[in-house]
Design a protein around this ligand. Structure first.
Ligand code: NG6
Ligand code: CA
Length: 517
């Protein structure tokens, strides 16, 4: 791997700049406060991008990003599902400490507002901060029914984002509307929105009623659900959760990617004329179910909607990159590309991946997790080893790195770049891996935790998995205590626990210590 020497400018100099006393040195100091864009995919697997071996899904824009930065081949989200990974990305805290699991549609905000978050960290250093895309960290106050017709809060703005444009939960959950800052976009007050767990909760006179998928399967005209997803049927797609009202505010599945890209372009154009640096968390809904790529992407691959949705996502990445370039901001913008969990085929809809129910298998010759075992929901590598690209033309030389890195460590690593200290109770699980992210160290973390129903810990190429009883809707096989040597056995086929009892005990002890905080 190519090496590049980076010197982070002294704190005092940065402070002077912040005080406006060192304008002559602005060009030099700008490198101390690069813009940061996190492009976060949903259910995008390690093997879904060209640079990681995908032959059947073309991803030229993501490959261009990787070829201009560092492609980490042992990079991880912190958990094998969405909410916990996003929780850890934004807080630098393991989700299991807060019991953060996949959230239902009307869940309150799960991230504590008194904890440091990535946007709060950037704000301390004078950044403008924004989130555009899928949220799925809950909105509203615990114990209070969220009023979707008023000010929906607390949410991202209470966590340090200056601006938010959200798909509130997931694209398979209600409410199927966008939220700009505190308000539902395009809401007609004469058709108020209600969200609930039962049909009865939302059968409120005066609001548009949507068919109940339990009794109206024929209303699922886009495609049928295979598991769950049989509550309100909106836009011909069965959802998790019930809603009524908000007809004028409904999103159109096939244009969600376009809407997020347009929002992002406008945001970047606004940032281009400001003096302050920015942090943008762009969270795509692609390629989560219900996959419904715009018709111009349908048929782009031979893999049906899952492959086509990935092509749509790649297009979105290209648009964001182009926009950064057009505004002359690409050079000093750190772009991170990654995903919230590994791949899944049938995740509850008949979208023609249904025949391939298991993430272990290939989809017509394409393997979303590459050589790795399992995928979304699972404790095996396919669950958390995801695409992980870091590009920063001003500082980083292109390379491929096998360093062990995790999204949870971005907080401490960014803190180091922008010269902010973390207090003892901030980002407690985040440890700076800056030298690996900059391509100066090929080892990365000594230990790294992977989370599913149970936990696993990596030490170099060794992986210890604690026993657990997963309760996912399709995966309930008990996981035995295991030890794998990923160097010889990257696909986790041979449990060598009995051969290395001392190493297993050492790793178990490290995991227990970490659990205790
Ligand atoms: C599961 C849903 C799945 C998906 C997942 C969350 C069923 C049967 N399955 O409960 O479709 O929504 O939750 O995905 O309802 S995640 O990427 O947001 O974690
Ligand atoms: Ca996900």
């Amino acid at each position: 791997m190519m090496m590049t020497k980076v010197s982070i400018l002294p704190r005092l100099a940065r402070r002077l700049f912040l005080c406006g006393l060192a304008s002559i040195a602005a060009a030099t100091f700008a490198a101390d406060r690069p813009n940061v864009v996190i492009i976060y995919g949903d259910d995008v697997g390690f093997g879904d991008i060209g640079v990681n071996g995908s032959k059947m899904i073309p991803t030229p824009n993501i490959d261009r990003l990787a070829n201009g930065g560092i492609n980490f081949t042992d990079g991880h989200c912190s958990a094998a599902t969405c909410t916990p990974s996003r929780f850890s990305l934004l807080t630098g805290i393991h989700a299991f400490r807060y019991g953060a699991r996949v959230l239902p549609p009307n869940a309150p905000l799960i991230v504590p507002t008194d904890k440091l978050t990535l946007p709060k960290l950037f704000k301390r250093a004078g950044y403008h901060t924004s989130v555009i895309g899928k949220w799925h960290l809950g909105l509203g106050e615990e114990g209070v029914k969220t009023d979707w017709n008023g000010q929906v809060k607390p949410g991202p703005l209470e966590l340090g984002f200056d601006y938010s444009f959200l798909l509130p939960s997931t694209n398979d959950r209600v409410p199927c509307v966008y939220l700009r800052n505190y308000e539902v976009v395009n809401l007609n007050p004469n058709d108020p929105i209600y969200v609930g767990n039962t049909l009865k909760d939302v059968q409120i006179p005066g609001s548009t009623q949507y068919p109940d998928g339990k009794t109206n399967r024929e209303a699922m005209t886009y495609y049928q659900s295979t598991h769950g997803h049989n509550h309100s049927v909106v836009n011909g797609i069965g959802r998790i959760g019930y809603m009524s009202g908000g007809k004028s505010a409904l999103w159109n599945e096939e244009t969600i990617a376009d809407v997020f890209v347009e929002e992002t372009k406008q945001y970047l154009a606004a940032m281009a004329v400001k003096d302050e640096p920015f942090f943008l968390y762009f969270a795509s809904q692609d390629i989560h179910v219900p996959r419904a790529p715009h018709p111009r992407f349908q048929g782009a691959t031979e893999l049906g909607f899952r492959g086509d949705a990935m092509v749509a996502f790649d297009w979105a990445v290209g648009e964001i990159m182009n926009s950064l370039e057009e505004h002359g901001m690409a050079e000093n913008t750190i772009v991170i590309f990654s995903s919230d969990n590994g791949p899944v085929y049938d995740d509850g809809y008949e979208d023609d991946t249904t025949v391939l129910c298991s993430a272990e298998e290939e989809d017509r010759g394409h393997d979303g997790s590459g050589v790795y075992r399992g995928g979304k929901y699972q404790i095996y590598e396919g669950g958390t080893r995801v695409p992980f690209i870091v590009r920063w033309p001003a500082r980083i030389k292109p390379a491929t790195s096998e360093a062990l890195v995790s999204q949870i460590d971005l907080m401490a690593s960014f803190a180091e770049i922008i010269g902010e200290d973390l207090a003892d109770d901030e980002g407690i699980d985040s440890r700076s891996t800056l030298s690996a992210f900059l391509g100066e160290d090929e080892k990365g973390q000594e230990f790294l935790v992977e989370e599913s129903f149970g936990l696993a810990i990596r030490k170099g190429n060794w992986k210890y998995i604690e026993p657990s009883n997963p309760k996912w809707w399709y995966d309930r096989d008990p996981i035995p205590e295991s030890l794998y040597n990923l160097e010889k056995d990257p696909s986790e086929q041979n449990n060598v626990l009995a051969q290395y009892p001392e190493l297993a005990a050492e790793m178990k002890a490290a995991l227990e210590k970490l659990k205790d905080g």
